[in-house]
Design a protein around this ligand. Sequence first.
Ligand SMILES: NC(=O)c1ccc[n+]([C@@H]2O[C@H](COP(=O)([O-])OP(=O)(O)OC[C@H]3O[C@@H](n4cnc5c(N)ncnc54)[C@H](O)[C@@H]3O)[C@@H](O)[C@H]2O)c1
Length: 247
Amino acid sequence: MSSLAEKVAIVTGAARGIGRAIAEAFVAEGAKVALWDVLADEVAEAAGELGDSALGQVVDITETGQVKDAVALVLEKFGAIHILVNNAGITRDNLLMRMKDDDWDRVLDVNLKGMFICCREVSRPMGKNRWGRIINISSVVGLIGNPGQVNYAASKAGVVGLTKTLAKELSSRGITANVIAPGFIETQMTAELPPEMKDAYFKRIPLGRLGRPEEIADLAVFLASSKADYITGEVIAVDGGILLNTI
Ligand SMILES: NC(=O)c1ccc[n+]([C@@H]2O[C@H](COP(=O)([O-])OP(=O)(O)OC[C@H]3O[C@@H](n4cnc5c(N)ncnc54)[C@H](O)[C@@H]3O)[C@@H](O)[C@H]2O)c1
C-alpha cells in the first residue's frame, strides 16, 4: 500500500522547486495535496499536472485571512488535514551593513511568520484527527550562518525553535513536528545566487554535487509516513555533507 494513502497534505510554496517536488512525491504515495503559492499560473499548472488528487490555491502565507480561507477550502474539498509542509521561502540577501529594514522584514515575514500562521491555522483541524505531521523547511544556513544572509539565516534558525516548540505543544494531539535542513539544492532560488557564492558552496560539499528537489521530497515522504511515528522535534540535514565542512 502507498505510504500516504488516505492522507491529506498542504504544501506551501508548491508552484516550483522543492515544494513542487514534495507535492508530486506525496501524490505518488497516494495523498491528496493542496498546493499553495503566490504564483497563480504556476501553481495552477503544477496542480493541474497532478489531476484530481491535487488542489492548486493562490495563497500568500503572510496573510492570515488568505490562510484561513484556504484551510476552509481544503477541508471542504478533502475533508481533513493530516500533513502540513511549510516550504515557502524567500531570500533578499545583503551584508549586514547594507541590509534594508524592508529586506529584513519581508524575509522574516514569509519564512517565519508565514510558517507560524500556517501552523496555527492548521493545528486545530489537524488535532481533530489525533494524528498529524508538520514538516518545516529550514536550511543549513539557519544552523551555521552565512555572510550576506543575516535575515535568511535568522529566519531559518527561528524555524528550528518554532518547530521544537510545536513538537512539545502538539505531541498530546498525536502531531509530530520536524525540520528538514536542505543544503544547496538545484532550484530557482539557487539559480539566482551570485556565481562566487555558488563556487564557494560547491567546494564545501563532500559529495561533490548539488542536491535535487526530489532528494528533499524523499525525506518529506518518510517523515510524513507511519515509518516516522516516533520521530519528533528533529532537525535533519539533506546537504551532501556540507555541515561537515564548517571548520
Ligand atoms: N534551494 C536551496 O538550495 C535551498 C536550500 C535550503 C533551504 N531551502 C528552502 O527550501 C524552500 C523552497 O526553496 P526553493 O529552492 O524550492 O525556492 P523557490 O524560490 O524555487 O520556491 C519557493 C516558492 O515559495 C513561494 N512563495 C514565496 N513567498 C510566498 C508566500 N508569501 N506565500 C506563498 N508562497 C510563497 C514562491 O512563489 C516559490 O514558488 C525555501 O523555504 C528555501 O528557503 C532551499
